[in-house]
Design a binder for this molecule. Structure first.
Ligand code: GLC
Length: 608
């Protein structure tokens, strides 16, 4: 009997050992196995990201340098902008990683900041300021989940989003990329955005890697100057600008983009204390840090010194943007970094740390198992179901600031409605910056979607006469005028403004119509609060609609009572420019409308 039980024990141990050997190696074991095989050049290749426009004419360099990553920057684009066209280009580029000696898939990044916004026919969602006005993490998660699905349909799997800036001065051209002025609001919605993009499991087909940006303090620069200097003590810097990073890391974010701004004169891209000690040490960030567009170059005119400063500060991947042989291009970056390693001014330990971080993320994303576009998700790009999510986000983002005599909700059976303003029938103005083009532009910039004018016509009865006059001229009477005015598209520093007063042309439309005694419902399309004090006084009702994106039907839903407004201001709304910056919690606080303000109305009236 004893022999038998011993035999069973031995057999059991053999079986366990065999099972152990068959067991998948851990992620760290896989990383170590890859690292051991890689040459120094291959490791430096992993730390190099190249803009598509800089590499499309020399695709062989992707293999020569075993590049770790390719991005499409603001104005880079493929020849065929359809989702199919993007998928085809993506797959052909990813195919090249099969020729690498050590076959590490390429990481592809893009600014999918309000939908997969470089792709013609994609759903363009409201920009972050509008999502901030929803104050609803659920809708933010749904929006970013759909964004990830539309991205993965084209194969692209890394969104340079969410921007978790806490925008404190509306002069800043990137105010609309921020969820708002309050750290708590920004933190909550940033976590929702990361969860929506990355899903339950980062390796799932519909998941994409988030990139929390820009680390950090980008929304707090003096005078709201883009890429400027955030001048404050460490306590305030941490209190206002760090909470979103702390919680985004806890929720699984695995890439972070360094910021152009400086903190008290010290550029973030070279700030070893804040990246190495705080982000990677104190906050235990396990992912990797990518530079911003040529962000390393800004550290010094001496590029080699700039690279040394940035990599030693903790930047793991350089976003390089110029073709081979030109200034600070990807081949220059690699050769300079190689020299620094040979001279031991950048240690092999630092290189291995950066490469391990990058490899670990690629493994966690499942790229080694499935790295091509997904046909099932491709057919869903711009689908009705996705557009419904966009419409819901638009409805929830509108903030009703005034509603004299309960003008809203408007009747769907009105006899005549005048629609005026440059934004009424312009999908490009509705979408704003980062839409097909970096700066965005007015006009029919993207296929699909619904302008506000179209949405109004979709909503009212057949008997209602809807006339459109961009400048409001030619109208002598009407039950009501809907005036859609605001900002023309812009992005980044191109949107920095010293004066946020509404243009005289826009104000004149309201004046004209009020002078004729026509009640005026103003819909403001803007990336931030503007100085509209006089215009609000002359308006009967006034809605802040921010930059709603392609689904203009959501605006009509609120105008005509299919959705009672729930939006709340994510920013304090100034009376005059002399008040800016004005933020909740300021000692002197006397805005036109306070942070968190927003009216509603009763739906019953709409049925009349
Ligand atoms: C830009 C922006 C950053 C963007 C990157 C790539 O300059 O600062 O938000 O993700 O470059 O386009």
């Amino acid at each position: 009997m004893k022999m038998f039980s011993m035999l069973c024990t031995i057999l059991l141990l053999c079986a366990l050992t065999a099972a152990q050997q068959k067991k998948e190696p851990t992620i760290d074991q896989q990383v170590q196995n890859l690292l051991k095989k890689m040459t120094l050049e291959e490791k430096l290749g992993q730390m190099t990201q190249v803009d598509y426009d800089a590499i499309k004419n020399t695709p062989e360099d992707i293999v020569t340098y075993s590049l770790g990553s390719i991005l499409w920057g603001g104005n880079s684009e493929v020849a065929d902008l359809s989702a199919k066209g993007w998928a085809a280009t993506y797959d052909s580029l990813q195919q090249l990683s099969e020729k690498f000696r050590v076959k590490v898939p390429i990481l592809f990044g893009i600014d999918a900041v309000h939908g997969h916004n470089n792709v013609d026919g994609a759903v363009i969602f409201p920009h972050n300021i509008a999502l901030g006005a929803t104050n609803n993490p659920q809708i933010v998660e749904r929006v970013s989940m759909v964004t990830a699905q539309e991205m993965k349909g084209t194969g692209i799997h890394w969104a340079f989003a969410p921007c978790v800036a806490v925008a404190r001065n509306e002069r800043w051209g990137r105010t609309y990329e921020s969820f708002g002025e309050d750290p708590e609001l920004v933190k909550t919605l940033s976590v929702a955005h990361v969860k929506g993009l990355q899903g339950a499991n980062l390796a799932d087909q519909g998941s994409a890697l988030a990139c929390v940006k820009h680390y950090f303090g980008d929304g707090g620069t003096t005078n709201g100057k883009d890429q400027g200097n955030t001048e404050t003590d460490e306590t305030t810097m941490r209190k206002i600008h760090l909470p979103a990073y702390i919680d985004a890391i806890k929720s699984g974010a695995l890439s972070i983009m360094a910021s152009y701004n400086s903190w008290n004169g010290n550029r973030m891209h070279g700030n070893r204390y804040l990246i190495m000690d705080v982000l990677k040490g104190e906050l235990q960030f396990q992912g990797f840090v990518v530079s911003d567009w040529n962000g390393i170059d800004q550290l010094s005119a001496n590029y080699k010194y700039a690279v040394e400063q940035s990599i030693n500060a903790g930047v793991d991947m350089a976003m390089t943007t110029s073709p081979r042989g030109s200034f600070n291009s990807y081949d220059k970056y690699i050769s300079v970094l190689k020299e620094l390693v040979k001279e031991k001014t950048v240690s092999m330990k630092r290189i291995d740390d950066a490469v391990k971080r990058i490899l670990r993320v690629k493994i966690e994303m499942g790229l080694f198992r499935q790295k091509y576009s997904d046909k099932n998700l491709l057919v869903e790009v711009g689908s009705t179901a996705h557009r419904e999510v966009g419409r819901d986000a638009v409805r929830q983002s509108l903030v009703l600031l005034k509603n004299e005599k309960n003008l809203l909700p408007l009747s769907k059976n009105a006899k005549s409605i005048l629609v005026a303003g440059k934004g009424a029938d312009d999908i490009g103005i509705q979408c704003g910056g980062w839409t097909i083009d970096w700066q965005g532009k007015s006009g029919k910039v993207i296929s699909g979607g619904t302008t506000i004018l179209q949405a109004i016509k979709n909503t009212v009865s057949k008997e209602t006469e809807v006339t459109f006059s961009p400048d409001g001229s030619g109208a002598d009477s009407g039950d009501v005028a809907i005036v859609v005015i605001g900002e023309m598209p812009y992005a980044e520093f191109m949107g920095d403004r010293d004066d946020l007063t509404l243009t005289p042309e826009d104000a004149l439309i309201v004046d004209r119509l009020r002078a004729k005694g026509i009640p005026v419902a103003v819909v403001l399309l803007s990336g931030r609060p503007l100085i509209v004090t006089n215009v609000v006084e002359k308006s009967t009702s006034f809605i802040a609609a921010w930059l709603p994106g392609t689904e203009g039907q959501g605006v009509a839903d609120v105008l005509f009572g299919d959705y009672a407004p729930t939006g709340k201001l994510p920013h304090s709304w100034p009376k005059t420019m002399t008040q800016v910056p004005i933020n909740v919690g300021d000692k002197e606080y006397d805005p036109l409308f306070p942070f968190g303000f927003g009216l509603t109305y009763s739906i019953e009236k709409a049925t009349k």
